[in-house]
Design a protein around this ligand. Structure first.
Ligand code: NAG
Ligand code: NAG
Ligand code: NAG
Ligand code: NAG
Ligand code: NAG
Length: 432
């Protein structure tokens, strides 16, 4: 127990001391009118989708459009943490566009009421989000000087990486190639891989010293035992400094929070300090002070309860977590209780094809071996133009970040390869 407390302390201190490295990313903010429903003609509602733009490097004679397909959050965070696009923009004469995902940040289809009921939130699907992105690309190609002949390269990390791959698959006439970084696309169609996620986190912790993982594994039963009594849960409240007190009924919430903390630590195991996923250090405060998840979390939970079913499981032996099996029916029931929706575990495969996408082309899938999501990624090239790059020493989409003196060679090499492919796609488009 003492060891555990000690190592947790160190990790928490590390966590809280994360600092922000400002690179001075400069962009202008724009809004484009989008249909709330791209796929029907009765709902005429429109909303303003936000995007960030920097045209400094763009050249109307020989320009490219770099388009970031936004994730589940406010878009500035992704613009600021995708230094790779900024660093290579000049050599590709690229316009930098970062598009916000509907229902996140300032792109709310029904303003504050967007999440009010199922009518209003029912337009939150990946299909609608991709249609927003496609409409924006169409618009940009028409308004940017030379835009109609400018090739478009999509970029994205994590969920945004899935969207980057999928927009190339669904809209190949608008998007000429895509970099899909750390996108666990196969998670949905292969629930067996759910145990990879906790196993990779555990491996990362083992790399840092084996007793750490073992102590974390032991901690769950100890926390549960202590948390059974009021006095014990009071002790947990004090130990973890939660704003709201923990009672025996909600020891599981504490455990869930701790589990996600370990997961985020593994994801952001970068070779230098960052503040990406900034809500993380603030998470304990958010979760326990507001008595619940923030709106963004709830929106993502809704996505998981519809198309983005992400099986979660752990064994307690191949990983350091409490054993937990994946039960789709139970998950479905919870979604029904929470949002009045039933998830479709096959929706994403039917819509996008999982790894059966060889009819598509020009996509690079990068995955860092240290990233817990690695297990759900595409790790082997699927064709001559659907390229998988495994980055040995990288955590969650390290390749997308700005270059740094501490970067391992593997990520430098990956970035070089990515650039070569982008050159090739652009050349082929122009000489086609
Ligand atoms: C992003 O970077 C800009 C300029 O460097 C800064 O003003 C802004 O606060 C940053 N936003 C986030 C969410 O990091
Ligand atoms: C056009 O851009 C490509 C890369 O995007 C570059 O290799 C080429 O030299 C450029 N040509 C001119 C004429 O600027
Ligand atoms: C959803 O909420 C909006 C705004 O409060 C309301 O106008 C609409 O009637 C509601 N729809 C349903 C089906 O409850
Ligand atoms: C624990 O449960 C109690 C009673 O349901 C609640 O008031 C409290 O906010 C919960 N605490 C945490 C940290 O979730
Ligand atoms: C998904 O597909 C499997 C196998 O075809 C089927 O058993 C299952 O019922 C489907 N799930 C849903 C929610 O439709």
């Amino acid at each position: 127990m003492r060891d555990f407390q000690f190592s947790c302390h160190i990790i928490f201190l590390f966590f809280l001391s994360l600092i922000y490295i400002s690179k001075g990313f400069e962009y202008e903010e724009f809004y484009i009118n989008q249909k709330v429903d791209h796929f029907g003609y009765s709902n005429q509602d429109v909303f303003k989708q936000r995007y960030l733009s920097n045209l400094k490097f763009y050249n109307e004679k020989n320009g490219t459009i770099f388009f970031y397909t936004g994730n589940e959050g406010a878009i500035e965070m992704f613009a600021n943490n995708t230094g790779f696009m900024w660093e290579i923009a000049a050599e590709f004469n690229a316009a930098l566009i970062f598009a916000e995902h509907r229902y996140y940040g300032k792109s709310l289809p029904y303003g504050e009421l967007s999440f009010e009921n199922n009518t209003y939130r029912g337009y939150l699907t990946t299909e609608q989000a991709l249609a927003d992105f496609a409409s924006l690309i169409y618009h940009l190609k028409n308004v940017l000087p030379g835009g109609l002949k400018a090739p478009v390269i999509a970029f994205g990390g994590s969920y945004g990486g899935m969207l980057a791959a999928w927009i190339r698959i669904k809209y190949p006439h608008l998007v000429n190639g895509a970099l899909s970084s750390s996108a666990p696309i196969l998670l949905f169609s292969n629930s067996a891989s759910c145990k990879n996620f906790p196993a990779i986190i555990t491996a990362d912790f083992k790399n840092a010293g084996i007793s750490c993982a073992n102590n974390i594994r032991k901690s769950w039963s100890i926390i549960r035992k202590i948390g059974k009594s009021e006095s014990g849960s009071m002790f947990l409240t004090k130990t973890f400094k939660t704003c709201q007190s923990i009672h025996p009924v909600n020891v599981s919430s504490l455990i869930e929070w701790l589990e996600s903390t370990w997961a985020y630590l593994a994801m952001t195991d970068y070779p230098y300090p960052t503040n990406f996923l900034n809500p993380l250090p603030a998470n304990p405060i958010d979760v326990t002070c507001n008595g619940g998840a923030s709106l963004g979390d709830e929106v993502w939970e809704y996505q998981e309860c519809t198309e983005m079913v992400s099986p979660e499981c752990s064994t307690g032996t191949t990983d350091m977590f409490e054993p937990k099996s994946w039960d789709f029916n139970e998950f479905s029931l919870e979604c029904w209780k929470k949002f009045n929706v039933k998830p479709n575990e096959n929706a994403s495969y039917i819509m996008y094809g999982g790894k059966d996408i060889t009819a598509s082309s020009n996509i690079i899938f990068t995955n860092g071996r240290l990233d817990p999501w690695y297990g759900g990624g595409i790790l082997q090239s699927l064709s001559d133009t659907l390229i998988a790059i495994v980055i040995e020493d990288a955590a969650h989409h390290l390749d997308l970040r700005s270059s740094n003196a501490a970067d391992p060679d593997s990520v430098k090499k990956a970035r070089y390869t990515i650039k070569e492919w982008i050159y090739k796609w652009i050349f082929e488009y122009k000489t086609h």
